[in-house]
Design a protein around this ligand. Structure first.
Ligand SMILES: [Zn+2]
Length: 255
């Protein structure tokens, strides 16, 4: 069966539908039927984002990521990131359902110019929690607009995992979002095709396994997708263009 291609703007309405709340007001995406099929509405929901783990880098190293690859091979759709295919732009799109021209984000220091999923949750008396690092989009752009969560020092994906699972157990936020930064860092540093990245993608796979197993036990619906991909540049890995290597990302889920 061919895999369906959707857009990053469809993520916010999908999350809203899972949680049984309205999509952000300006959102012009559509909920993803494949994900909603068979899922009870009104669920608590977590969005896990391994940064830059697009279809291209994933396909290069899929055998090194047995947990994530088994999920993708069991069920996935492909999303096209919005332009430019950079981190703050696509995280802003995930929580608003709109393109850059509407949310207005260019860097993680900008302010989102339209309604977000956190606004929607707040109006419903619900809680959204963001787990991010200093100097990264989740810590700088998303954490400040969330009702709960944690910001930890840079290069601390493991601390993120611990903080997120502790809160999921103790305060059970209705919505959880996080960014695992290591994959983007090492693809930039070594280029995505360089085998030097292998130990790091294995670490990310182990973190995803821990998160998915912990969250599933707590009855969260879990979505995993990347914000964009990456391709080999001359000196380092790079992204930002509308090429498929930068734009196409896998999106999988666990009900
Ligand atoms: Zn990114």
């Amino acid at each position: 069966m061919p895999v369906s291609l959707y857009s990053m703007i469809d993520v916010a309405p999908t999350l809203a539908a899972i949680m049984g709340v309205p999509a952000p007001a300006q959102s012009n995406g559509e909920p993803l039927a494949e994900i909603l099929n068979g899922l009870d509405r009104g669920r608590r929901c977590a969005l896990l984002v391994p940064d830059a783990l697009g279809m291209h880098p994933w396909s290069l190293w899929k055998d090194e990521m047995p947990f994530f690859t088994a999920l993708v091979e069991a069920r996935h759709v492909v999303l096209r990131s919005v332009m430019p295919t950079i981190t703050p732009v696509n995280f802003a799109t995930m929580v608003t359902g709109v393109e850059q021209s509407v949310h207005g984000i260019g860097t993680y220091n900008d302010r989102i110019q339209c309604e977000t999923l956190f606004d929607v949750l707040g109006a419903q008396g619900k809680q959204g929690a963001a787990y991010g690092q200093e100097g990264c989009t989740m810590g700088q752009l998303i954490y400040p607009i969330a009702q709960a969560g944690r910001r930890v020092p840079r290069h601390e994906d493991d601390q993120i995992v611990e903080a997120l699972l502790t809160d999921a157990t103790e305060i059970s936020p209705d919505f959880i979002i996080t960014q695992l930064v290591t994959t983007d860092d090492v693809f930039h540093r070594f280029k995505p095709s360089n085998p030097e990245v292998v130990p790091y993608v294995r670490d990310t796979d182990a973190r995803l396994k821990r998160l998915v197993e912990g969250l599933s036990e707590l009855e969260y619906a879990v979505m995993i997708l990347a914000d964009h991909g990456q391709h080999d540049g001359e000196e380092r890995g790079t992204h930002g263009t509308d090429a498929d290597e930068d734009s196409l990302v896998p999106c999988t889920w666990v009900n």
